[in-house]
Write a protein that binds this ligand. Structure first.
Ligand SMILES: [Zn+2]
Ligand SMILES: [Zn+2]
Length: 278
C-alpha cells in the first residue's frame, strides 16, 4: 500500500496537451496526455482527467489494491480527446467490484452520452456499456463536492466548449487544477484568481510560450508568463506548468521553467511520474 499522505499528495501520470508524444525528445517530462491523481488520507482516490496517462495509473492501482474494490472520483475538466482518450484503457473500469463517479461540467446524461460516443462503433471494439464497474455521473460545475475532510469546488475556465477548474482542499492544504484555459476573459480571469487564492499548489495550462501565443490566440490555452502572473496575484506557494505543447521538447520545457522562475521563483514543470506531497 502507498503510504498515506499527511494532507494531500499529487501524482502526475500525464502532463502533455493535445496529443500523446512518445519519443526521445519528450522522454524526461513525459508524453502521456492529462491525468493527475490526488490522494488524501483515508478517503476515495481522486483523479483529474482521463488522458492517456490514466492507463498507467490503472495498472498501478490494480497492483496496489489487488483484489480490494476501488472507489474512485474522476473529475473531468472537459471532453476534448486529450482528457478522455485513456479511459477505454483504464483497467479499473473493467472490474465489477469497483465504483467510479464521473464529475464534469455537463449534465449526467450528457456526460455519459459523450463517453459512450468515444467507445462506440467504429471507434473502439468494446462498448462503454460493457464496462462492469459501477458508474455514476455528477454535474460538478457550478458546485461543491464534500467527502470527509475533503472539499472540491468547481469553477468555469475560458476554453472552447468550456472547461472546469477544481480547487481541492483537505486538512488545510489546497491544490488548484486549472487546465485547459486561456487568459484574457476579464470575468473568468478574476474567477480563476478567486479560486486559486493562497493555494499551496497551482497546476496551470502553460501550453505556449508568449511568442507562440501571439499566433495561437483563441485556441484555448495560456502561457508560462500568464501562469506566473496568476501565481503572484493569487498568492500561490508553488506553480506547476502543465499541459505541455506536443512540439515542446524536454529542452524547451526546461527553458520555459527557467524563464518563468525569473518572475515566480517557486515554479516547476509537471513531469510524468513525479509527485508533490503536502
Ligand atoms: Zn487539453
Ligand atoms: Zn481542451
Amino acid at each position: 500500500m502507498m503510504a498515506q499522505p499527511s494532507k494531500m499528495k499529487v501524482q502526475f501520470w500525464g502532463v502533455r496537451g493535445s496529443i500523446p508524444t512518445a519519443g526521445r525528445d519528450t522522454f524526461e517530462f513525459g508524453g502521456n496526455t492529462a491525468c493527475v491523481e490526488i490522494r488524501v488520507p483515508d478517503q476515495d482516490i481522486l483523479i483529474v482527467d482521463g488522458g492517456s496517462g490514466i492507463r498507467n495509473l490503472g495498472i498501478a492501482l490494480n497492483k496496489e489494491f489487488q483484489a480490494n474494490p476501488l472507489s474512485l472520483h474522476l473529475f473531468l475538466t472537459h471532453f476534448h480527446w486529450d482528457h478522455i482518450q485513456g479511459l477505454p484503457f483504464f483497467e479499473p473500469l473493467y472490474n465489477g467490484a469497483n465504483r467510479v463517479t464521473f464529475h464534469s461540467g455537463r449534465a449526467p446524461a450528457e456526460s455519459r452520452e459523450i463517453l459512450e460516443g468515444q467507445m462506440s462503433t467504429p471507434y473502439f471494439p468494446v462498448n462503454f456499456e460493457l464496462l462492469t464497474a459501477k458508474r455514476e455521473f455528477v454535474r460538478a460545475c457550478p458546485g461543491v463536492f464534500r467527502h470527509g475532510p475533503l472539499t472540491v469546488e468547481a469553477f468555469p475556465l475560458n476554453h472552447p466548449q468550456t472547461a472546469v477548474g477544481y480547487r481541492f482542499e483537505c486538512n488545510g492544504a489546497v491544490v488548484v487544477h486549472a487546465s485547459d484555459c486561456e487568459h484574457g476573459d476579464k470575468k473568468l480571469d478574476s474567477v480563476l484568481r478567486h479560486y486559486a487564492q493562497n493555494a499551496d499548489v497551482l497546476i496551470y495550462d502553460s501550453q505556449y510560450t508568449p511568442e507562440e501565443y501571439e499566433i495561437k490566440k483563441g485556441w484555448g490555452h495560456s502561457t508560462w508568463l500568464e501562469a506566473t502572473e496568476v501565481a503572484k496575484e493569487a498568492g500561490v506557494k508553488q506553480l506547476v506548468l502543465f499541459h505541455h505543447d506536443p512540439s515542446h521538447s524536454d529542452q524547451m520545457i526546461r527553458e520555459n521553467v527557467d524563464r518563468a522562475r525569473l518572475r515566480f521563483e517557486n515554479t516547476i514543470a509537471a513531469q510524468e511520474g513525479c509527485s508533490i506531497e503536502l
